[in-house]
Design a protein around this ligand. Structure first.
Ligand code: RAM
Length: 361
């Protein structure tokens, strides 16, 4: 079994169902509004899917994360590479050490020269990578965005961790409950161009417009660039500028861990609520010492695994990226391609002191 956390996966499903029941229906509907625009399937031209085509042997996959030194992206890519071994292919991870808008471009060009069968990309910018990705697709290299999307016509599929609307809205809902729907809040994001964070933040802002949040004010969106030290300093800056801040949402695993480290050693510990997206292994200590009460995430191993199988299905002609096509993602089972080439992994899980020790990633 390639997924290290197979037991954890079942736990995720169970915990997610429980969380879902505890949330409003809107938060659990899984609908996304961020999929307007051109269909990713267009890039495939007139190719027809053959659902019975076997997965080709010897496929070469390249994973291009936002940045290689991000522990979250590492989990995704290692799981995707392990999945490739399951179906007789090979995978590798290449990528920049910072998450700049254009830092991935030269890597894409090299991967095209190497004639990879598929490029999987967690995009640092929806448009900066588009030219080279279109070149790749012209040369029949399949392009799958995972974690963070490109513009829709620059890839054939986007493997999304969960519905973007659900992620954004539920983070506001959770924080609001923790601070009694009252007070100043801030967001500590990743880079200014990150497609995934920006989409989630749009939905956070939408949620905050509802009457339930009339006594809450979003005072600032800060950017830590998914760099640990910058995220730490941005947290410090937020609290200096807004000493009466009640809560911070950090929808990035790098940001939330750095913010927790800052808060945990400061007089704000236990006073300023921190919520967002983190990995249990990075956040465990802060949950145990009372700095953080809860945060969310999906299983990143599953996301990498699903993306890998989706790329193989594309490269084998099982699917083209058109809405309604289905494919089997190994032990995760069957998935359906949604609107605009989006495939959704599942529901996020909320982690807290009660369940965090059941997870190891
Ligand atoms: C960071 C990255 C990544 C995001 C997670 C939640 O690791 O910004 O893109 O999905 O956080």
């Amino acid at each position: 079994m390639m997924l290290r956390n197979a037991v954890g996966r079942r736990a995720v499903a169970t915990a997610a169902t429980a969380v879902c029941l505890a949330l409003s229906l809107t938060a659990c509907s899984g609908t996304t509004k961020d999929s307007a625009g051109e269909s990713g399937a267009k890039a495939t031209g007139s190719a027809k899917a053959d659902p019975d085509a076997p997965l080709k042997k010897g496929l070469k996959l390249a994973f291009l994360p936002k940045q290689i030194n991000n522990p979250y992206e590492k989990i995704l890519d290692e799981a995707g590479i392990a999945a490739a071994k399951e179906y007789g292919g090979t995978g590798k991870e290449v990528g920049p050490s910072d998450a700049n808008a254009s830092s991935q471009v030269s890597y894409i060009n090299t991967l095209i020269q190497q004639r990879q069968d598929a490029i999987l990309i967690a995009a640092n910018d929806p448009n900066a990578v588009c030219g080279p990705l279109k070149q790749a697709m012209k040369k029949d290299i399949k392009v799958v965005a995972y974690d963070s999307d490109t513009a829709k016509d620059c890839r054939q599929l986007f493997i999304n961790q969960a519905g973007s609307e659900q992620i954004g809205r539920s983070l506001v809902q959770h924080l609001a409950e923790q601070i009694g729907h009252k007070g100043k809040i801030a967001i500590l994001s990743a880079t200014q161009n990150a497609t995934n964070q920006n989409t989630w933040i749009e939905y956070m802002k939408e949620e905050l417009k509802l009457p339930a949040y009339k006594d809450m004010e979003l005072v600032k969106v800060a950017y830590g660039d998914d760099a640990d030290q910058k995220s730490f300093q941005q947290t410090q800056g937020l609290l200096q500028a807004y000493p009466d801040l009640k809560g911070i949402i950090s929808p990035t695993t790098v940001g939330i861990a750095a913010a927790a480290r800052y808060l945990g050693d400061s007089s704000y510990k236990g006073k300023v609520v921190l919520n967002g997206l983190g990995t249990p292994n990075q956040m465990r200590a802060y949950v145990k010492n009372g700095t953080v009460e809860q945060f969310s995430l999906w299983n990143p191993e599953e996301l990498g695994y699903l993306a890998s199988y989706a790329a193989a299905a594309l490269a084998s002609g099982q699917i083209t990226g058109a809405e309604g096509e289905t494919f089997t993602a190994g032990e995760l089972g069957e998935y359906t391609v949604g609107k605009d080439g989006e495939v959704i992994l599942g529901e996020p899980t909320v982690f807290d002191a009660k369940n965090i020790d059941r997870f190891d990633f």
